[in-house]
Design a protein around this ligand. Structure first.
Ligand code: UDP
Ligand code: MG
Length: 313
């Protein structure tokens, strides 16, 4: 039985040797299975490619795929899953934040036949900036409130899956991939293993606050059309308010005979500004969806590889 470990790497020249070391320990521990390590270089600007090729030349289980530029972790994971031939396939980060020491237990869990996926979840966010944890929590609340599928808070991309699960994930061939959502969407019996947050072994994170913010918006837009519906409700709500306001003035004029025409500029102006802002916001929401449709309609490949390790078998 073959086990594929897929690792997306972006500027990980320092972290990769540490990870490789840990993976060889896993391989030595699980003696009854064959392994392949698939390193995907997502257009790194450092010597990650050289490190990969070096490892591949020493170890026949190491395979690599080099992208022509940086396509993002989502694309790197997709490429790795596509290349993987294993019966069980795992995805893990290059920086040891997904502890490889959990893998042997995960393999045993799949062997038991009770589960199709064993996925890791962080129970703490220790070592992460407070503000980032706060917004991450809000994000999970928001997206779970809007989506049909449950996206677990603290769930990482770190997971070991059976072949049919990976085939299902690959069959979701959309270009703008939000893997956390896709993993949840394909379903299957998932076992969660919990671990503490681990800090990066070397190098630094590629996520800034704003790139995470964009990622959150992309996630929501990719997985639910609830914001569109929300803008309808907002529109109806404000139309009703406007109508009530009109009614109030008409009744006042007819019954109380008050025709004050001069005052009311500030309230009028603030209403116009507020509603104008609201219209722009709703247009923006629609724009996000149209943008997604536009990109999907081009049907471009998810990644372009410039180099690949040779297939030895
Ligand atoms: N990564 C990637 N492409 C990117 C950014 C990140 O393949 O454009 C990889 C990176 O090398 C690492 C994993 O994705 O293996 C997670 O990245 P990182 O550790 O920077 O994210 P964090 O753990 O801070 O969320
Ligand atoms: Mg990391």
């Amino acid at each position: 039985m073959l086990i594929s470990l897929v690792v997306p790497c972006y500027n990980e020249e320092q972290a990769l040797p540490i990870l490789y070391e840990a993976l060889t320990k896993v391989r030595a521990e699980v003696t009854d299975k064959d392994f392949e390590f698939i390193f995907v270089n997502d257009g790194s600007r450092d010597k990650t490619s050289a490190v990969m090729k070096d490892l591949a030349s020493q170890d026949k289980d190491v395979k690599y795929l080099i992208f022509s530029r940086n396509f993002g972790k989502e694309a790197a994971m997709y490429a790795g899953l596509e290349k993987a031939k294993g019966d069980y396939i795992a995805i893990l980060d290059a920086d040891m934040q997904d502890p490889p020491s959990l893998i042997p237990q995960m393999i045993r869990d799949l062997d038991s036949g009770e589960w199709d996926i064993v996925a890791a979840r962080r129970v703490t966010r220790k070592g992460e900036p407070k503000i980032r944890s706060f917004f991450a929590r809000r994000f999970y609340r928001l997206i779970n409130g809007m989506c049909d599928v449950e996206i677990a808070d603290g769930a990482r991309d770190f997971r070991l899956m059976r072949r049919p699960v990976v085939d299902a994930i690959l069959s979701v061939s959309e270009r703008q991939r939000f893997s956390k959502g896709i993993f949840a969407w394909v379903g299957f019996r998932t076992k969660w293993v919990e671990h503490e947050n681990v800090e990066r072994s070397a190098g630094e994170t590629k996520w800034s606050f704003w790139s995470l913010f964009r990622y959150a918006i992309d996630g929501i837009v990719s997985f639910t059309t609830a914001p569109l519906r929300m803008s309808i409700y907002l529109g109806i709500g404000f139309a009703c308010l406007g109508f009530a306001y009109l009614l109030y003035y008409v009744i006042r004029a007819i019954i109380l005979q008050i025709y004050n025409t001069v005052p009311g500029y500030p309230s009028l102006l603030s209403f116009i500004l507020f509603i104008g802002g609201l219209i722009l916001m709703c247009l923006g929401i629609i724009g996000e969806y149209i943008g997604k449709i536009y990109i999907e309609s081009k049907r471009r490949p998810i990644y372009i590889a410039s180099e690949e390790s040779e297939d030895k078998d």
